[in-house]
Design a protein. Sequence first.
Length: 354
Amino acid sequence: MKGILIQQKVFKSIDGKYAENVSDDKKHDNDEYAYSSIILKLSDSVIRKVGKQNTAKELWDKLEELFTETSLPSKLFLLEKFFRYKLDMSENIEENIDEFTKLVQDIKLTGDKNIDDYTPIVLLNAIHEVYSDVKAAIKYGRDNVSLDTVINGLKSKEMDIKTNKTSQSHNEEIFTTFESGKFGFVSMANKKRCEIQGLGDVCLTFKDGYKLTLKNVRYVPDLNHNLMSCAALDEEGLEGRWGKGIMKIMKGSLTVFKADRRRNLYVCSVDYGILAASVTDFDKTSLWHKRLGHISQKGLELLQKEGVLIDKIKKMKFCDECVMGKQHKVQFPASQNPNPSFSSCILDYLHADV
């Protein structure tokens, strides 16, 4: 509202900063113009609360009194909501950032001008486990954290998730590998949001024997059908042809499969191969051991004591890469012949390093 009054050049009737040569009639006209501009933007219920105010300045002050809460209970409520804020995975990052920014602005209206010092940290702690790698990269890879850095990291990760996750299934049994968890929501055509409860790989076998493995398939129990995107087929080097209600997916000159159009979807029949799902159970100790250049058990325990690693460090499992990296080739033994320049038998020193 302040911007509208400034654009109309009548905000001086609110702050009273008129020049000395401005006449009373001009001030009165500006006041009436500002008053009408404000009152026309109010709802009927608000107008009934400010009906006794006769000037633009009185109206402005009354509105600030009604809608600018500066009391201690109101401030404590907003601060509690601020420090407990968590990302809502049913909404996209842009919607979450808009809600978070509105909360920060409400706190500023209570008179707290130092809230900006905490916004990057609070937003960083509000990150869902889907974006945990963004949190780790910002937390341990930077000396200073800004709000823009956190927002840009979240948006980049959201774009990466949308790019890589190309298929959806409602049947957990068809996954060859499966990781359960909460991975956000997927929006349907009817604007319904369905929860993603897992990720994994699915191996498809078509009638001609062609096999296709889809990576990062989302497990959505609320779906009625298994959905496969054209982007996943394109990444495998397949081509599509459409016409007369039939879709043909080609691999060069080979027709991999055909699908009939039913309403707005193309439906095909496939075999899912071996229906044996293995739930992934990540060993955090082995994971950090490999991330940190195959660090020793003692080194991991030292980092945990210093607070660098938040995960519980267990006894490290046997690491094949460490053993292979420390191996040395067996040297050939020294010759026992007192005169090595001559051989007593033909092919004595002929050998092969196998």
